[in-house]
Write a protein that binds this ligand. Structure first.
Ligand SMILES: NC(=O)c1ccc[n+]([C@@H]2O[C@H](COP(=O)([O-])OP(=O)(O)OC[C@H]3O[C@@H](n4cnc5c(N)ncnc54)[C@H](OP(=O)(O)O)[C@@H]3O)[C@@H](O)[C@H]2O)c1
Length: 252
């Protein structure tokens, strides 16, 4: 399959592991150069970078906290210096405290908001400044918690709702400048992020049992749709939230 992505350059935030890693490797499968961003675990980021290079494209490893505008600026500066420009950004990095709302503080709330929602603003602004050889695509990774109530997910869910609203506002503002912005919203995916849920097993079993498609969403399912959203085949999709959940959210 030729998705006509060959030679494009991408940044995937939070791509040392989990869904971000699957997205990074999938882009590399379609001959896209990929910059791996991570926060703490350099070894995992380097392993992903090696796998990208093994696919015959360039990889860059860029440490930085997406919640800090100066870190974001540094990441884009490095991309400009190393590659000269960028056509694709996948804003995937996320974090958050998972606990009952009674135990949440505003510090927890701000933490999730900064990393999961606010970060999209400097990322978009920096992306706009970078040269590119074709129209640009930005895909944010969201979750069903933006529109549904999930136990222990109050802060992260609210941040994802804010993220989805930002996607629509930014998409409308920057479409005339050739930047297409969308989100892909995933159902439950069994990554390391789930180990932080006090009710992980229950969550996984519940999702598996309730999903019409009969299985959990896996990282590759999300990556496939993100990659599609980065192609010119999705040229007229702007400001949308594409749900990848095996039908979970269509049930009453
Ligand atoms: N798993 C699910 O069930 C699920 C469902 C729907 C949507 N999602 C969304 O999918 C995305 C990826 O989730 P995941 O489950 O793959 O997460 P994960 O396994 O916890 O991986 C998180 C990644 O983000 C990086 N990261 C964390 N905080 C960061 C920060 N402040 N700045 C830069 N990088 C940071 C981590 O780097 P280090 O390794 O260095 O810490 C890691 O690479 C998130 O947006 C999440 O909300 C997940």
């Amino acid at each position: 399959m030729d998705l006509k992505l060959r030679g494009k350059r991408a940044l995937v935030t939070g791509s040392s592991r989990g869904i971000g890693r699957a997205i990074a490797l999938s882009l590399a499968d379609f001959k896209v150069d990929v910059a791996i961003n991570y926060l703490r675990n350099r070894t995992r980021a380097e392993e992903t970078a090696h796998e990208i290079e093994a696919r015959g494209v360039r990889a860059l490893v860029l440490k930085g906290n997406v919640a800090k505008p100066d870190h974001v600026a540094r990441i884009f500066e490095a991309l400009k210096n190393e590659w000269g420009g960028l056509e694709i950004v996948v804003s995937n990095a996320a974090s958050g405290v998972l606990r009952p709302a009674r135990e949440l503080t505003l510090h927890h709330f701000d933490w999730a908001m900064h990393i999961n929602a606010a970060a999209l603003l400097p990322i978009t602004q920096q992306f706009l400044e970078l040269p590119s050889e074709s129209k640009k695509s930005l895909v944010a990774v969201s979750s069903l918690g933006a529109i549904r109530a999930i136990p222990n997910y109050t802060a992260v869910g609210a941040s994802k709702a804010a993220l989805e609203s930002m996607v629509r506002h930014l998409a409308a503002e920057f479409a005339p400048e050739g930047l297409r912005i969308n989100a892909v919203s995933a159902g439950t995916v069994d990554t390391e992020a789930l180990t932080h849920f006090p009710n992980r097993e229950e969550l996984l079993e519940g999702a598996r049992a309730r999903t019409p498609a009969g299985r959990l969403v896996d990282p590759q399912d999300v990556a496939n749709v993100v990659v599609f959203m980065c192609t010119d085949f999705a040229a007229m999709i702007h400001g949308q939230i594409v749900v990848v959940d095996g039908g979970y959210s269509i049930l009453a």
